[in-house]
Ligand binder design. Structure first.
Ligand SMILES: [Zn+2]
Ligand SMILES: [Zn+2]
Length: 644
């Protein structure tokens, strides 16, 4: 038997017999490490702890300290789920069972729908199997044998046909479960300490609505029961804040079946909030040296050929329309339109930077199965701007964009955020467009800009778009969930495709640097994030109704109306509830509508020209004069306060 050399993370090397396994090496380092080990990383690739090492390699043993191990752990829990389902319902056929953010799912083909009671049964069975401490065993099968063996399991045959090499790996778990899987997994079921099944949903095979619909069981798994409990709490809280539920209850928006999926209708109350978001952003554009532009929703298909979208973006575009003179395309992006405006006249180096901003509505094809409320739609409006500048201006432009992004977050009360810089691979693969000097200039600008603003950005190599590096800003919402929001993205491709120029100091034409940037991202999606972040209780400046006047009896109706007129005149969005209901009932309803101020008026208030003020968060505020009440509300509006 020959020896191989294993390099450990601390740089030390061990000479061991070929065929040794990662768990053997973990044991030789320390029994504690072997006990905590979940999966190995061999030459950067995840490996089962029991898979033999045949060649020289670098080896890292991953434990529950490592996020990569959590994915393997969750995927292993998905196998545990499938094994339990097969023990209980042997007729079930298996689809796929990947880890996802915060958990995992498994797709099943079974004639009888799973019920919530079934989930409980399955979860119990999973714990039973967990107790048996079954190993996750890797089996190698030849492709033709596999296809024969699984002739009655249609999904498995499809996957093997499409993905398997001559020999493929399968994993068993107990006597009933075997599935086509690349692995790896944790060594045995006793490693899985905390999981919960969450829900059942329909899902098309391979996400394609022309395929058979399967039953998908979602679950979550964490390393410890405590982590699981915290997560479940967050999920419960998220359910209460679900923007689709609140959107209906607060009458903010809808999606209309007759109009089509993924297309958003803003109702009057949602519309007034949207107006605030748009007004704020447009005002900021003008204050920060952007020019406002407006561009069409369709353009000749030829434009998209020039921009390249007709090629690399084809799968995301709506189908073309045939008109008298040419084929037209609904716009999936605003960029080419802004480029046409830039290119419409000659620019001198002294005119730059040119910053063109638009709240531009775009249409993108998304599969119907992936659509989700306001978060994933087919038509949306971006706060989209494109900056055309000289190389020596790039760093300042990036600083301004990032500062703008941070100010945007602060305006809506997000005080936590993270940033990620996506860079290229140094040109090794050849998949990136643009010259090395351009990448160097842009990546340096991103590094310097983040340093100047003291932003601790994580650098992710080889994650850039093919046309340039970018920085993404992710906010953290009120219940700790991260959301990708703002992007500042370089583009080396479009200026070349459209032959963009400016005349330099040397009197010669030069290519400007182009930067795409969106801060809200999509207004629809940002609106959805805000609904959930505020749990529907919008800050006063955004609230569709800022104050509601509640007369105690009909006798105060006239006084109540005069109050509404005064509030109105002060620019406060006010309404009245003059139904013949008990005032406590009216207060409860106003509270459910999350109206910031309830102004209760009875006989005494009417006589003295006063109001009894209730705040949705702080309750009874006592009797106040009308002038004081108006001043309080106005101050909250004018300062765009995020708390009352
Ligand atoms: Zn697997
Ligand atoms: Zn763009």
């Amino acid at each position: 038997m020959s020896n191989i050399e294993i390099t450990l993370p601390d740089g030390s090397k061990q000479s061991v017999a070929a065929g040794v396994t990662p768990i053997d090496i973990a044991k030789s380092i320390s029994p504690r490490l072997a006990d905590a080990a979940l999966v190995a990383k061999v030459n950067g690739e995840l490996y089962d702890l029991t898979r033999p090492l045949e060649k020289d390699a670098t080896l890292e043993i991953l434990t529950n300290k490592n996020p990569e191990a959590l994915e393997v752990y969750r995927h292993s829990t998905a196998h545990l789920l499938a094994a339990a389902v097969l023990e209980l319902y042997p007729e079930t056929k298996l689809g796929i069972g990947p880890p996802i953010d915060n958990g995992f799912y498994y797709d099943f083909d079974r004639a009888t729908p799973f019920t919530p009671e079934d989930l409980e049964k399955i979860e119990k069975k999973m714990w039973e199997i967990q107790q048996r401490n079954l190993p996750y065993e890797r089996v190698l099968t030849k492709k033709d044998e596999g296809l024969q063996k699984y002739s009655d399991a249609w999904m498995k045959c499809e996957l093997i046909t499409e993905r398997a090499g001559e020999v493929f790996s399968e994993y068993t778990l107990g006597p009933h479960f075997i599935d086509f899987c690349r692995g790896p997994h944790v060594p045995s079921t006793s490693k899985i300490k905390a999981f919960k099944l969450l829900s059942i949903a329909g899902a098309y095979w391979k996400g394609d609505e022309h395929n058979k619909q399967l039953q998908r069981i979602y679950g979550t798994a964490f390393f410890t029961p405590k982590d699981l409990e915290e997560h479940i709490k967050q999920v419960e809280e998220a359910k209460k804040r679900d923007h689709r539920k609140l959107g209906k209850e607060l009458d903010l928006f809808s999606i209309q079946e007759l109009a089509g999926p993924g297309l958003i209708f803003f109702h009057p109350k949602g519309g007034i909030i949207r107006k605030q978001l748009e007004d704020w952003m447009r005002d900021q554009y003008l204050e920060r040296g952007y020019s406002l532009v407006y561009t069409p929703h369709v353009a000749k298909f030829d434009l998209w050929k020039t921009s390249g979208h007709a090629g690399f973006y084809a799968a995301n575009m709506f189908t073309r329309m045939e008109l008298d003179d040419a084929e037209y395309q609904l716009k999936p992006m605003n960029c080419p339109f802004h480029i046409l405006i830039y290119a419409d006249k000659q620019h001198s180096y002294r005119d730059l930077p040119v910053r063109l901003g638009e709240l531009g509505t775009v249409y993108r094809y998304e599969r119907s199965g992936t659509l989700n409320g306001l978060f994933r739609v087919r038509g949306f409006t971006q706060d989209d701007a494109h900056i055309f500048c000289r190389p020596d201006q790039v760093e300042n432009e990036v600083v301004d964009c990032l500062q703008f992004a941070i100010d945007t977050l602060a305006t809506y009360g997000f005080d936590k955020y993270t940033a990620e810089v996506s860079t290229w691979d140094g040109g090794v693969s050849g998949k990136y467009d643009g010259a090395p000097e351009q990448w160097e200039m842009a990546e340096q600008a991103l590094r310097r800009a983040t340093a100047r603003l003291n932003i601790d950005a994580k650098v992710i190599p080889d994650e850039a778009a093919f046309y340039g590096p970018k920085i993404d800003v992710k906010l953290v919402d009120a219940i700790g969930r991260p959301w990708q929001l703002s992007t500042v993205q370089f583009d080396f491709t479009l200026p070349r495709r459209f032959n963009l120029e400016y005349i330099g100091e040397d009197n010669k034409p030069h290519q400007p640097v182009m930067v795409h940037r969106a801060l809200y991202g999509s207004i629809e999606r940002f609106f959805g994030i805000l609904i959930e972040h505020y749990a529907g209780a919008f800050p006063v400046w955004l609230a569709p109704v800022q104050a509601i006047v509640l007369p105690i009896t009909d006798k105060q109706n006239e006084y109540a109306h005069s109050l509404v007129r005064q509030l109105d005149a002060a620019g406060i969005r006010a309404t009245i509830d003059e139904r013949s209901e008990k005032v406590n009932f009216k207060i409860r309803e106003a509270q459910l509508q999350k109206i910031p101020f309830m102004l209760v008026v009875g006989g005494r208030e009417a006589e003295n020209g006063q109001v009894s003020v209730r705040n949705r968060k702080h309750g009874d505020q006592g009797v106040k004069t009308v002038a004081d009440t108006i001043a309080t509300i106005r101050a909250l509006i004018d300062s765009k306060a995020v708390t009352e």
